[in-house]
Write a protein that binds this ligand. Structure first.
Ligand SMILES: Nc1ncnc2c1ncn2[C@@H]1O[C@H](COP(=O)(O)OP(=O)(O)OP(=O)(O)O)[C@@H](O)[C@H]1O
Ligand SMILES: [Mg+2]
Length: 292
């Protein structure tokens, strides 16, 4: 085993995933044996795609867009509900469709709009998708963008989307209703929101090359119809049903310590709760168990 391989294993053992990936890339480059050539070139490509290093933000975008390496996402604590599973499968299908459509010269954006009440796992799902596909997670929160940069929102949007163009990532547009408000409903003094909605649509139209766009909102009714049309699919995330709640509770507790899972805790699934409420409840239970 050479120095790089050792470093790679050490980084993995210490949970420094990005460092491990960097070392693994060097291992691929260093291995010049013919029999491994196709494998090492393929692994190198995968490693580079998921690398946040490839996605170092320029200074003028720091604070606007947040890019994360989500390779340490804890899959054992994420329960894939029925709607989430279906949506994930559609997104994966969309990855293939995007490539084929590009060959035919037809722009096709792999875009999903998720709406649902607070705590139904919209933001968490986008992270899960980035993790499963081994892509960087680029997070843009519109409430923040609007609040802090009113007056320059359209310009900032253009800068962000220009930068994302051509980079493979999951681009999460959170709280999109803050910006994509229906034109005409904008009561702002200078029609700023209407202009930024148009800027957002133009920016989205420019993204056709490998980005997976996920928009999330609690208020789908407020969104501009033309903006809604930019999304290939629109899905509703609801609080899990009883069967899902039970499976989620069991999976979560088993991933922590299966001896913590008591009948009382499973019974929490009998009543309706959002995913956020369930996790909050489970964390309280775990704290109690630790202090028993
Ligand atoms: N499928 C799931 N499995 C396990 N935990 C989940 C799941 N979905 C959501 N959670 C947990 O619930 C919490 C809330 O989820 P999230 O923030 O994604 O909700 P949201 O729909 O984006 O809410 P909001 O509308 O308030 O932004 C998170 O802390 C997450 O850990
Ligand atoms: Mg959210």
């Amino acid at each position: 085993m050479d120095e790089n391989m050792l470093d790679c294993i050490r980084a993995l053992a210490e949970n420094r995933i990005q460092d491990a990936k960097d070392k693994a890339i060097i291992c691929c480059i260093n291995d010049t044996t013919k029999k491994n050539a196709s494998k090492t070139s393929y692994y190198k490509k995968l490693l580079e795609n998921g690398s946040t290093k490839m996605f170092e933000l320029p200074l003028n975008l720091k604070g606007l867009l947040n890019v994360q390496d989500v390779s340490d996402f804890n899959e054992a604590r994420y329960y894939l509900g029925k709607e989430q599973k279906k949506t994930y499968e559609q997104i994966v299908e969309g990855v293939n469709s995007t490539l084929k459509m590009l060959e035919y010269g037809i722009p096709y954006m792999n875009s999903t709009l998720i709406y649902g009440e607070p705590g139904t796992g919209k933001t968490e799902f986008a992270k899960y998708v980035a993790f499963k596909l081994g892509l960087p997670y680029a997070y843009l929160n519109f409430s923040y963008l609007i609040d802090s940069y009113m007056g320059k929102t359209a310009q900032n949007l253009n800068r962000i989307f220009d930068y994302c163009k051509g980079k493979k990532c999951v681009l999460m547009l959170d709280e999109i209703d803050c910006i994509g408000i229906e034109r005409g409903h904008d009561t702002g003094a200078d029609g700023e929101l209407g202009r930024t909605t148009i800027a957002l649509m133009q920016s989205l139209d420019g993204l056709v090359d490998g980005q997976i766009v996920i928009g999330a909102t609690n208020r789908c009714d407020r969104l501009d119809k033309a903006l809604l049309r930019r999304f290939q699919r629109q899905v509703v995330f609801k609080p899990f049903d009883k069967e899902e709640r039970q499976a989620m509770i069991e999976a979560y507790m088993n991933s922590v310590d299966s001896s913590f899972l008591t009948d009382d805790i499973v019974q929490y699934a009998d009543e309706s709760h959002t995913q956020a409420e369930i996790v909050k409840f489970l964390i309280e239970q775990i704290v109690n168990k630790i202090n028993e």
